[in-house]
Design a protein. Structure first.
Length: 213
């Protein structure tokens, strides 16, 4: 049995939700979050071929994430939330991340009360009274639900950055780095300046850092 699946089953809850976000460390683009609730967790004991591959999205290749995402969606209720670049600049990255996760959980339509497993050290403000919450540090490497949420959030954000954002701002090559601070991205920022996709406070930190060769 998958260790992550076993961790969730050991909680003994009839209804679980996992929530995770991606994009916190990027220089550009929104923060995305996903919320996932597996409809029948024990039924996945018979789906070992793909269930055993579910892990923190950062540990998976893009190809494997793409293969796992529809399987997760087929067995769950799920929703995506995001916080815009303007909201990141206004609220700070932590506040914007919590907002995106709140929106993701708010997009679910579950029958009954659930335990929401939130990746990180903080629970969410203003969440529905239908949810009890538990913050789980490094939850995407412990909980099957949180790992599934991390995969969906990562795939959704990567698709947005590779398509819509990249087409609107071709000078920055978003399809190659998804807005993260790679050498290529930093070179393009220094050549063209920032865009509406870039986080103002993050760029200030970049400008204050030594020039990279």
């Amino acid at each position: 049995m998958s260790d992550l699946l076993a961790w969730d089953l050991a909680l003994g809850e009839s209804l679980l939700v996992g929530c995770d976000e991606v994009g916190r460390g990027a220089l550009a683009g929104p923060v995305y979050a996903a919320a996932v609730s597996i409809r029948d967790l024990r039924a996945l004991l018979n789906e070992a071929d793909w269930v055993s591959l579910v892990n923190d999205s950062k540990q998976l290749t893009a190809k494997l994430r793409a293969e796992l995402m529809p399987k997760i969606q087929a067995h769950s209720s799920w929703a995506i939330g995001e916080a815009s670049v303007a909201e990141i600049d206004s609220l700070g990255i932590l506040g914007a991340s919590l907002l995106a996760m709140n929106r993701a959980i708010g997009g679910l339509n579950l029958a009954g009360a659930a335990l929401a497993l939130i990746d990180g050290r903080q629970v969410l403000p203003s969440i529905s009274s239908n949810y009890r919450q538990r913050a789980v540090v490094r939850g995407d490497s412990l909980s099957f639900h949180i790992a599934c949420a991390s995969i969906i959030a990562k795939q959704a954000r990567d698709l947005y950055m590779s398509s819509e954002a990249d087409l609107a701002h071709p000078n920055y090559c978003f399809s190659r780095h998804k807005g993260y601070g790679t050498k290529l991205h930093c070179e393009r920022i220094r050549a063209y300046g920032g865009s509406e996709m870039h986080r103002v406070k993050f760029l200030r930190k970049l400008e204050a850092s030594p020039n990279r060769s």
